[in-house]
Design a binder for this molecule. Structure first.
Ligand code: NAP
Ligand code: MG
Length: 479
């Protein structure tokens, strides 16, 4: 069985407590690996290592060198893409074709941020006569990163690459449910010659290692990706030290289909947006909002395709794998049970492959509709392959309905009307609006993050570098 240890200062070691946790293979429901159960002393050592790295060499490493480290890393990640994809599928249960995309995108993060490292620039500012004013964008110092289990490979790569590009040394805590590819990224970073104390990784439980990292006084900035509830805890811990953080939280993203939409473009994407990663995607298109004049026909066509979704083990490369854990399956089933109690019509269900292991955490993808606007299926994040169809009357109604959740992460709009494309791009309260496309193939260049309870701050693109640096203003009076 595979082992995952803690990485501090380039050295792999067991947890200070000596304890381990079992990592479970969601496709079969049996142990896959043992991971170190890191706690406060391990976080402490990791922060000391990152601080030492930052203060002794990383801060003064020329930007072009940081970029070269990341470029070597990109090449190693691309060469290891097949291995990384298989490992990600084993750990998370996601179909291999999807892990292959994740592996490609993960390498792209290093490629993108390699190019950005020596382009982080400040401004000169016209000020009083006899003065020169300018800004510097400086790294925070030591950044803490907490990531979830749904895309460990992509999210590990995106947050590590951006933080190093900006010149930070870091401590990362991956999720206890899936972390093997993150550990492999760390191995590759050592191979790429990235100084060994710059990336420190502590596996363990959220309430132990995660909470210790969030509360550690030696961290200068926290990047958190996960649920709004845990995000609030991490913000409270950050408040105790008056430090900054970025929050990538959940979503209840709409796919908005107008009567003039191109069905051939919209239908496969609408389906893919909820089936991808068994619906365990923060930007899952979990609400299907359809203009009333085409609602019955469009939803009937969606249902026909939905029923054909293949659900099974990752090796068979289905459309949809298992969810991550028994807890997650019970959570999704909770939504299905309340939908039954509320009498919400089921429009389609897909079947689980007969060959899928009985112990695996499979759930039946389900399309509901029409879902009443106030129902929890219309408001709450399921984080499973459950799609809620709701009709709308006109453009104003579509905007109102789309914005009528606590979340605001992404939205998809399907219309051939150019004016409407622009109006919705502006009116939707969320961090990304896609028109006649969705997900944009990883889009490492595209700033990503939420409004409302979906969080704040941005990852991806140059906005991530902005958030991972601080602006310093220098004013020189030279007469
Ligand atoms: P979660 O429970 O919030 O966990 C996320 C991370 O926080 C994990 O590493 C977890 O560790 C850690 N954690 C748990 N309790 C903690 C604590 N008290 N202090 C510090 N860290 C703690 O979320 P999840 O259930 O794993 O993931 C699903 C949620 O994440 C969904 O709401 C989803 O929408 C959101 N998400 C958002 C994005 C985005 O970019 N916007 C991306 C992916 C997921 P353990 O797992 O070891 O407990
Ligand atoms: Mg968890």
């Amino acid at each position: 069985m595979q082992q995952a240890q803690i990485l501090t200062g380039g050295r792999w070691h067991a947890a200070h407590s000596g304890q381990t946790l079992a990592l479970v293979d969601p496709s079969v429901g049996a142990p896959l690996a043992a991971i170190a159960r890191g706690g406060a002393p391990d976080i402490d050592a990791a922060v000391i290592s990152a601080r030492h790295a930052f203060e002794t060499h990383w801060e003064i490493t020329p930007a072009v060198e940081r970029g070269r480290h990341l470029a070597r890393m990109a090449a190693l990640m691309a060469a290891a893409a097949d291995e990384l994809a298989r490992l990600e599928s084993r750990d998370t249960g996601k179909p291999l074709k999807q892990s292959r995309v994740d592996a490609t995108v993960a390498a792209r993060y290093f490629e993108y941020y390699a190019g950005a490292a020596d382009k982080i620039q400040g401004d000169t500012i016209p000020f009083l006569p006899g003065h020169q004013a300018f800004t510097l964008r400086e790294p925070h110092g030591v950044t803490g990163h907490i990531i979830p289990w749904n895309y460990p490979l992509q999210m590990g790569a995106r947050t590590v690459a951006a933080a190093l590009c900006a010149g930070n040394a870091l401590v990362l805590k991956p999720a206890e449910e899936a972390c093997l590819t993150v550990m492999r990224i760390a191995e590759l970073a050592l191979e790429a010659g990235i100084p060994p104390d710059v990336i420190n990784i502590v596996t363990g439980l959220g309430e132990e290692a995660g909470a210790a990292l969030a509360a550690h006084p030696g961290i200068d900035h926290i990047c958190f990706t996960g649920s709004p509830a845990v995000g609030a805890l991490v913000q409270k811990a950050a408040a105790d030290h008056n430090r900054s953080c970025t929050m990538e939280l959940g979503g209840k993203s709409p796919q908005i289909v107008f009567a003039d939409a191109d069905w051939d473009k919209a239908l496969p994407t609408v389906l893919g947006a909820i089936v991808q990663n068994a619906g365990q995607t923060c930007s899952a298109g979990s609400r299907l909002l359809v203009e009333r004049s085409i609602y019955d026909d469009f939803v009937a066509e969606t249902a026909k395709r939905f029923a054909k979704i293949k659900v099974g083990a990752w090796e068979s490369d289905p459309d949809c794998g298992p969810v991550i854990s028994e807890i997650q399956r019970a959570r999704v089933r909770g939504f299905i049970d309340t939908a039954a109690a509320d009498g919400i019509p089921i429009l389609a269900q897909a079947e689980i492959d007969a060959g899928a292991a009985a112990g695996g955490y499979y759930v039946t993808p389900t399309l509901y509709g029409p879902v009443p606007r106030g129902n929890r299926l219309a408001k709450e994040e399921v984080f499973g392959p459950v799609l809620s169809a709701i009709p709308f009357d006109d453009e104003d109604d579509a905007i109102r309905l789309a914005n009528d959740t606590d979340y605001g992460l992404t939205a998809g709009v399907w219309t051939e009307n150019g004016g409407r494309q622009m109006r919705l791009g502006k009116a939707l309260k969320c961090g990304q609006v896609f028109v006649n496309c969705y997900g944009a193939g990883g889009g490492v260049e595209l700033p990503f993050g939420g409004m409302k309870r979906s969080g704040f701050g941005r990852e991806k693109g140059l906005e991530a570098v902005h958030d991972l640096t601080v602006c310093k203003t220098v004013i020189i009076k030279h007469d």
